[in-house]
Design a protein around this ligand. Structure first.
Ligand code: AMP
Length: 285
């Protein structure tokens, strides 16, 4: 602990990267900060596998819609750096938006189809912003491995497709969703929830588990699983569902039935003003 460096410019990161011998594995954990156990689990996975671990803290303006929470997104920077340091991060890249985006930037990454359903449908431009910033971060940090959370399953699918299609020499490692003891998926946005909303938010997880149990008992129809999930959310009250879908685990395309390849159950809902997501993977055979 205590050897972590915080770098603000791309030039500084390139210079830092050049000091790492070519035979040492570099792991990378991109974040928007407000660090919690979910982020730290990714750091630990990197520290376990890699000689050097880099992280980034960047609340990326281009992945927020005009009416989303960019301005009020939590930014407890000093605490974040301490937590990342304690977990074993060697370098944190924390650029200003001006460092990442020139005013006349003209290039972006669009991952077709995989990014179009689920969150992509309700957050236009979100995955273009994500894919573009992650490719930029990969080009700046040049990691061998990059660690992402299953919590953001569509993000993982989009980024896997991006590195495959563009021959990006980075291996995407997807790590399990870290949850609060009562099952709520950890998220920086949980801080927005009142006590009452926090309790209602548990219904997202419960809706997924109810559908998973039905699948385990033999139900294969997507519509039937969806009805089971929606009934749980409806009963909770105060939860405004945006989507609850059964999709292919890699392409994110809607499924009519869960087949041999398994499926992803994915939900997004507003609890009060806070938009939350969660998902559950039904393993293939
Ligand atoms: P964010 O700061 O929300 O952009 O998240 C940064 C990374 O942490 C992404 O790869 C997320 O998927 C991951 N992450 C966020 N919450 C969790 C969680 N509860 N469990 C595991 N990974 C998470």
């Amino acid at each position: 602990m205590g050897k972590l460096v915080v770098l603000r410019t791309i030039a500084e990161v390139r210079a830092w990267r050049n000091t790492i011998p070519p035979d040492r594995l570099v792991g990378f954990v991109p974040t928007m900060g407000a660090i919690h156990e979910g982020h730290l689990s990714l750091v630990r996975a990197s520290v376990e596998r890699c000689a050097v671990t880099a992280a980034s803290i960047f609340v990326n303006p281009t992945q927020f819609g005009p009416h989303e929470d960019f301005a009020r997104y939590p930014r407890p920077f000093e605490q974040d750096v301490q937590l990342l340091d304690a977990a074993g991060v060697d370098m944190v890249f924390a650029p200003l938006p001006e460092e990442m985006y020139l005013p006349d930037a003209s290039t972006s990454v669009v991952v077709e189809r995989v990014s179009e359903g689920l969150c992509g449908q309700y957050r236009p431009g979100h995955f273009r912003g994500v894919a573009t910033v992650v490719l930029k971060l990969f080009n700046i940090v040049q990691p061998h491995l990059a660690f992402f959370g299953q919590k953001d399953a569509q993000q993982c699918a989009v980024l896997k497709r991006m590195v495959r299609d563009l021959d990006v020499p980075v291996q995407i490692v997807v790590c399990p969703t870290v949850r609060e003891p009562d099952g709520l998926a950890m998220s920086s946005r949980n801080a927005y929830l009142s006590e009452d909303e926090r309790r209602r938010a548990l219904a997202l997880r419960r809706s997924l588990l109810a559908a998973r149990d039905a699948w385990r008992a033999g139900e294969r129809s997507a519509e039937a699983l969806r009805s089971i999930g929606l009934a749980v959310l409806d009963a909770a009250g105060g939860v405004r569902v945006q989507y609850w879908e059964v999709v292919h685990p890699e392409t994110m395309a809607p499924l009519a039935a869960v087949g041999d390849e398994g499926a992803l159950l994915a939900v997004a809902a507003y609890v009060g003003e806070t938009r939350l997501i969660d998902n559950e993977l039904l393993a293939g055979e």
